[in-house]
Design a protein around this ligand. Structure first.
Ligand code: ATP
Ligand code: MG
Length: 555
């Protein structure tokens, strides 16, 4: 892909700014989450972008919590956000809160009032909405717009002092009620909210609006490139106007398109519904598009970074296929996850010519892609294999076990199926094989080559575990864009739990978050629900993209 080398539009802007010596060639970005939910994969892209640009140009990145709305914000979210950013592999240079600047922001508002650029309005929210006008019609001036500067200063001080109830008064910027950009028709700067704030407690009962806070916070921190998503493009004139009127550091806002992903929803409001209504087990349910959900599912942070780099940035909203993210996950895990054996749907195989009571160790390669070394795996007369690796009557291209047929047991011997036992309903309960002692992997002198290799676990040595097989959380690509409620499209089979599978003993006590490739079955990761002696694994991703195949079949 040659476009990987070309600069994205933000890099072009930054390189031009550096060349022009703007702000002494300094690059300072920020990531400004509102602590009202857990971060999702869209935020991960924004994090990679902001930290990535600063890193590339020798700059800095601040983490700033945009905590101007006391009623939805919580300390729990602040902690989760920090954990997620660190896990993604980024370290912020400074940690700030918009609430750190409440006093300064108040001072800025007083300055604008003193310049005759802001006024206290007693209109109700309904009256303000009704006089806003629309794209065809201008708005109407509020009857309170002509208050004197002295009166406004007094009223604003009284607002702060708690003299008024919620909604009784607001502070508005005096702009132009006929402006074609509706956001510039006397936008709100402050509202009254008698609410407890997670950091400032009950110190304040007035809170700045996003538009009056964000640009000034950027400016206070001398952010050079303030990157946000496209829906803020119409806010930019206001961002610039406040900064210009206050004569403070000229931060500049740039917009890029929000990242979306198929088969999921991304808005925090919708994710909160999934959590609160019990459709998922929590914010970190492995089916959630949250960073914490992906971590628990076993997605490596490098895969999220690779995904973000691959999709790049766009100026127009688009939706990225989940299979691209899964491709990145496989690509990373392929290099890092050890290959191990686990049997999900067991059938017993007995090697009739292998001495009873004998056991020996087989040497298995941990990861043929890397130098991950080897491990020893116990082998014995009775093994568990996958039920679907045996067919009584094989189809044409079936190269696994069937009466008279030979396969290799991975990292062990070649066996030949000599017969099988079935119960009264005809369900196969056991298969009997003979083995070739001279066919041992790595020392094979049998001269026989077989077409199939299957995995196995020794019966007396096997440990049990549970696996949770995850699939897409929604049945449709873009649930938010379908008729009715997005929750109508939840995939009822997004998690299937399989209890008491058999795993090789080496992974029985792997610590939480360990990733493995279960040979032929997919990538799995130990979940925190594991207990000593009984592991629980999340399927991170299948080995192949089953959905891509399905789509091809149906088209
Ligand atoms: P949501 O609408 O999903 O709740 P938000 O925009 O309200 O998200 P914030 O906490 O305000 O969430 O976002 C912090 C930063 O992350 C902002 O700069 C925002 O633009 C960016 N961001 C949020 N969602 C996405 C996304 N889907 N793609 C890219 N960047 C995003
Ligand atoms: Mg937001």
């Amino acid at each position: 892909m040659s476009e990987e080398k070309s600069l994205n539009f933000l890099e072009e802007i930054i390189e031009k700014d550096i060349a022009a010596g703007l702000h002494g060639g300094r690059v300072h970005t920020r990531f400004p989450p509102e602590p009202n939910g857990y971060l999702h994969i869209g935020h991960a892209s924004s994090i990679c972008l902001n930290f990535g640009l600063a890193k590339k140009y020798g700059g800095k990145t601040n983490l700033r919590f945009d905590d101007t709305n006391p009623t939805t914000e919580e300390t729990e979210y602040v902690e989760s956000i920090k954990k997620d950013i660190a896990w993604l592999g980024f370290q912020w240079d400074n940690e700030f809160f918009a609430s750190d600047y409440f006093e300064q922001l108040y001072g800025f508002a007083v300055q604008l009032i003193s310049k005759g650029l802001a006024y206290v309005d007693d209109s109700t929210a309904e009256e303000i909405a009704a006089t806003k006008g629309n794209t065809q019609e201008p708005g109407k001036d509020s009857p309170y717009r002509t208050r004197s500067i002295e009166e406004n200063l007094q009223l604003f001080a009284d607002m702060r002092a708690g003299k008024y109830a919620d909604g009784e008064k607001v502070l508005r910027a005096k702009r132009d009620m006929a402006h074609p950009n509706l956001l510039l028709r006397d936008p709100l700067m402050y509202r009254i909210k008698h609410a407890h704030h997670h950091r400032t407690g009950n110190q304040w009962c007035i809170y700045p609006m996003y538009d009056f806070a964000h640009g000034q916070c950027d400016s206070i921190e001398e952010i050079t490139h303030s990157i946000c998503t496209l829906e803020f493009i119409h806010h930019r004139p206001l961002y610039n106007w406040f900064i210009a009127q206050l004569g403070i550091f000229p931060s500049h806002q740039y917009e890029f398109a929000r990242r979306n992903l198929t088969y999921t929803v991304m808005s925090k409001r919708k994710l909160l519904q999934l959590v609160n209504e019990g459709h998922v087990s929590g914010w970190d349910d492995p089916r959630m598009p949250t960073i914490s959900g992906m971590r628990r599912r076993g997605y490596p942070p490098a895969a999220l970074r690779q995904f973000s780099d691959t999709i790049g940035i766009a100026k127009r909203e688009n939706i990225t296929d989940l299979s691209l993210l899964e491709f990145c996950v496989r690509d990373c895990l392929n290099k890092t996850a050890n290959r191990v054996m686990a049997v999900l749907d067991p059938l017993k195989l007995v090697i009739t010519n292998y001495p009873e009571g004998k056991e020996e160790m087989m040497t298995c390669e941990n990861n043929p892609e890397t130098d991950a070394g080897t491990r020893e795996l116990p082998f014995s007369r009775e093994l568990w294999i996958e039920r679907d690796d045996f067919l009584e009557v094989p189809s044409k291209k079936f190269f696994r076990l069937s009466p008279g047929n030979m396969v290799r047991l991975k990292s062990a011997f070649i066996v030949k199926c000599e017969g099988f036992t079935a119960d009264a309903e005809g369900r196969v309960t056991e298969i009997q094989c003979s083995y070739l002692p001279e066919s041992r992997s790595g020392a094979d002198t049998s001269g026989i080559s077989v077409k199939g290799t299957i995995h196995w676990v020794s019966v007396p040595h096997a440990k049990t575990a549970d696996v949770r097989l995850y699939d897409r959380l929604f049945r449709v690509e873009d649930p938010s864009n379908e008729a009715g409620n997005f929750k109508d499209y939840i995939n009822p089979e997004s998690m299937v739990e399989v209890k008491n599978i058999y795993i090789e003993p080496s992974i029985a006590d792997a610590p939480e978050g360990s990733s493995f490739q279960f040979i032929r079955k997919g990538y799995f990761c130990t979940d925190r629900d594991s207990t000593p002696g009984h592991a629980v694994f999340n399927r991170t991703v299948t080995l192949k993209d089953a959905w891509a195949k399905e789509q091809k079949r149906t088209t």
